[in-house]
Every structure is written in C-alpha cells, then in structure tokens.
Design a protein around this ligand. Structure first.
Ligand code: C5P
Length: 223
C-alpha cells in the first residue's frame, strides 16, 4: 500500500542510506535519516562546548536544539536552530562523537518523539516512508509493515565509506566503523539488533541498483 512504513536498520556502511533513498524515490515514499538527527544533535553539543563524554551534561541539553528533518529522498535536509548542517554532520569530529551521544537515554527519548511524529505525519498525509537507523524496526516503529536488516562485510563497508568520503585509509575507516558498531550494539537503550520479523539482506556481493531492486521487490511483496 502507499502508506507503508519501511524500517531499514543495520550497521554503519551497510548501504542503508543509498538504498533507503533509492527505494523511497522509486516508490514515491518519504525518507527519514535518523542517523542524521543523532549527528545533528551531536554537532550542536560540540559547537556549544558540551562534554560529549559526560552523559549528565549531554542529557541536560537533549531537548534544547530545534531539529528539522526534510523528508524528500531526492534532497533530504537537516537543520539545527535554523542552520543547514547537512555537510558538517559528516565530519570526522561528529562521526567520532555521535555514538557516545546516542547512548544517552534522554537524547534517544527526545529523538524518538520527533521520529514518531514525522512517521505519523507521513501516514496522515496518506504517504509511506522509508526510515533508516539502528532501532527503527525494534523500537521506533515496531509495527512497520516491512522491516529490513542490511549488512555487509566490514571490509566492503569500509571500502564504500572511504570511496564516499573521498579521503582517508580503508583500514582507518574500518576501525572506525567497528568501533561505532561495538558501541551501538552494546548500549543498554535501543541497541542495534536484528528486529523480529526483519528480512536480513547481506549486500556484500551486490551493486547499489541490485540492492534497490531487491528491496523494492520485498516491499511490494510484504506490504
Ligand atoms: O547512520 P549513521 O552512521 O549516520 O548514524 C550515526 C550514529 O547515530 C550511529 O553510529 C549510532 O550511534 C547513532 N544512531 C542510533 N540510532 C539510530 C540511528 C543512528 O543510535 N536510529
């Protein structure tokens, strides 16, 4: 149906973002990048000199910044306090800081409310939405009609991320991905898990178009 929620979870560099955007464009659905929201709140903390390794300090500011996520898969936008942060949230500084910030329950609660309201808006408008993250099928929207869990070999994930970044060594990128995976998988609140009922897709052998084709077929079959 056109008002389907597609929950797309998986570790860093599994191809979730490119796949989610491609599937949303192909099927005329909205798109929400929840990782961009965690990155945006992290950027705000760094810019306001909040010690991101002090959970109480992070929690005290969790509600403060105004986040707005655009849901057009052709041009997703993200602003913090009116400032377009699409580029700076991809910096090495934010990438290094985001997983500790994302372990703080107050941050997760704040973003959970925002994420659910964006999904509810799409459904109220009679439109479906592809939502990507780590806890979408498990926590954010457990009733999603379609749940996917994307993975790929660590070396393949690092190679993709290094190519996207246009710089840095694949070995350093792989170490960074594995460090974030370890934090994301072991945290107490909403860890990265394979949600109940998710279709597990290992994207290692496939190019992007083939992954999109496969996911579109799964959405058409399951919704
Ligand atoms: O997907 P992306 O790599 O941009 O996500 C950045 C970080 O945000 C993840 O490593 C994770 O710590 C956090 N995240 C999360 N829950 C989500 C999405 C992202 O904890 N639903």
């Amino acid at each position: 149906s056109s008002s389907v929620v597609v929950a797309m979870d998986g570790p860093s560099g599994s191809g979730k973002s490119s796949t989610s955007r491609g599937v949303a464009r192909r099927l005329g659905l909205r798109y929400l990048d929840t990782g961009a929201q965690f990155r945006a709140i992290t950027l705000w903390m760094l810019r306001h000199d909040v010690d991101i390794h002090d959970p109480a300090a992070v929690a005290a500011q969790a509600e403060t910044p105004v986040l707005v996520s655009g849901t057009d898969p052709a041009a997703p936008t993200i602003t913090v306090d009116g400032d377009d942060v699409a580029d700076p949230i991809r910096s090495a500084e934010v990438t290094a800081a985001v997983s500790p910030v994302a372990t703080v329950p107050a941050v997760r609660t704040r973003l959970l409310e925002l994420q659910r309201s964006i999904i509810a808006d799409a459904l109220a408008a009679g439109t479906g939405i592809v939502v990507e993250g780590r806890d979408i099928g498990s926590v954010v929207w457990p009733d999603a009609a379609v749940k996917l869990y994307l993975t790929a070999d660590a070396a393949a994930r690092a190679a993709r991320r290094t190519a996207e970044n246009g710089s840095g060594s694949a070995a350093a990128t792989e170490a960074d991905l594995l460090r974030r995976d370890a934090i994301d998988s072991s945290r107490t609140t909403a860890p990265l898990v394979v949600p109940d009922g998710a279709v597990h897709l290992d994207t290692t052998p496939y190019g992007l178009d083939e992954v999109i084709d496969r996911v579109v077929a799964i959405v058409e079959r399951e919704s």
